[in-house]
Design a protein around this ligand. Structure first.
Ligand code: SF4
Length: 379
């Protein structure tokens, strides 16, 4: 490329000798095309033949479920696997949701479907009452698709946001195809822990518009202890790469709403900032430096963290008094030592979060979600 300061004589000389004009480098500040004029959800573009193949595959998976890394090999019409969920989905909440990123919730909310059950067992789970237990109402895939229409027509939401769907992918596939026949026009968001198999992501190809994966921890020892899945990071790396291969980096329409691509989340855990640094470096080197990343600070443990330790007889000690609540008053050291998962029984510090953000920028990631000073959306 010609430098702006080149003279006519230099240009003529360069053309004659076919050598670069100057070794001085110029920089382009033009961003890649993340703004879309308009958007048609991917499922609208599937042919009848492609739809039919996906339906067949979805039913086959339900009859012999190895669709997530737990590989249970169960017939879900008859038995339950690790996720506790059979051929119907169990849904806890369906509603416009305003707790997501601004580019997803917009002004009218993200049309969220919170599934009950999960294929992970995170000891700090904030939704453990629905993720570790079956709490909610049963829906067939067709009934689930009808709820998407209600969110669209009554809720006027900006998208359909499937929260913790890794263990109900066949039902999700069938529900989207059914909702398409009913007139669904909204983009689909797949809001996942990233503990997805490649077969699962392949089955979703053509149906999901925005992948919203969470990359939780890096070390196998950590994921074994805190997520009850030793291979978590290995699985997450493969599945996130596959998601990105399908939809690329996050794109928006001019109203600031995300329509297609990957929005990656990482929740910084107390005492685990080094794992966060590994994760952001890996993302920059192996997925995309243009990846849209949300480094989150709202760690607030529930489930088993901070609960009384079990004794060898299996009964909890009577330690319910004076146990620290994350974000609340600190317990004394002696008390802290008596609760479960004491090392993560505290809020994450802003310094820990900042150090992970700095590592992300140093690795070349530049699309980090920050709160917009103008109060609107950042794209
Ligand atoms: S989705 Fe459920 S039944 Fe299927 S392999 Fe995973 S945990 Fe097992």
């Amino acid at each position: 490329m010609l430098a702006r300061s080149s003279t006519c004589l230099e240009i003529w000389h360069a053309l004659r000798t076919s050598r670069p004009l100057t070794t001085r480098r110029t920089k382009s500040y033009l961003a890649p095309p993340y703004l879309l004029d308009d958007y048609i959800p991917r499922y609208q573009l599937l042919s009848p033949l492609q739809e039919s193949k996906k339906r067949t595959e979805a039913y086959a998976h339900l009859r012999n479920c190895n669709l997530c890394p737990r590989l249970c090999s169960v017939n879900r019409y008859e038995k339950r696997g690790t996720c506790l969920i059979g051929a119907d989905v169990v849904v806890n909440t369906v509603a416009p949701h305003f707790g997501e990123e601004p580019c997803l919730q917009g002004h009218n909310g993200s049309g969220s479907v919170f599934f009950s059950g999960c294929n992970l067992r995170c000891v700090f789970c904030q939704n453990h009452d629905i993720a570790h237990q079956k709490n909610g109402f049963h829906l067939s895939p067709e009934e689930l698709g009808e709820w998407y229409l209600k969110l669209q027509e009554v809720g006027n939401v900006h998208n359909i946001n499937l929260v913790t769907p890794e263990h109900v992918v066949p039902q999700v596939v069938l529900s989207i195809l059914h909702a398409k026949t009913l007139g669904l026009r909204l983009p689909i968001v797949y809001n996942t822990s990233s503990f997805d198999s490649l077969a699962s992501i392949e089955l979703l190809d053509g149906l999901i518009d925005v992948y919203l994966p969470d990359f939780k921890v890096w070390d196998a020892a950590t994921s074994r202890r805190l997520l009850k899945a030793e291979d978590y990071a290995k699985v997450a790396m493969e599945s996130i790469k596959a998601m990105h291969a399908q939809v690329g980096d996050l794109c928006f329409t001019a109203d600031g709403l995300a329509k297609k691509g990957v929005l990656l989340r990482h929740l910084v855990m107390p005492g685990h900032e080094d794992e966060g640094k590994h994760i952001v470096r890996w993302l920059a080197e192996n997925v995309s430096k243009d990846l849209y990343v949300h480094i989150m600070e709202q760690y607030h443990p529930r489930a088993h963290v901070g609960k009384p330790r079990r004794t060898t007889s299996g009964r909890a000690r009577d330690l319910v008094t004076d146990i620290v609540e994350p974000g609340g008053a600190s317990a004394d050291t002696a008390t802290n030592k008596q609760v479960r998962y004491e090392e993560i029984n505290r809020p994450v510090s802003l310094d820990e979060v900042d150090r992970v953000k700095t590592a992300a920028r140093e690795a070349g990631l530049w699309r980090l979600l920050e709160v917009a000073e103008h109060g609107g959306f950042n794209i």
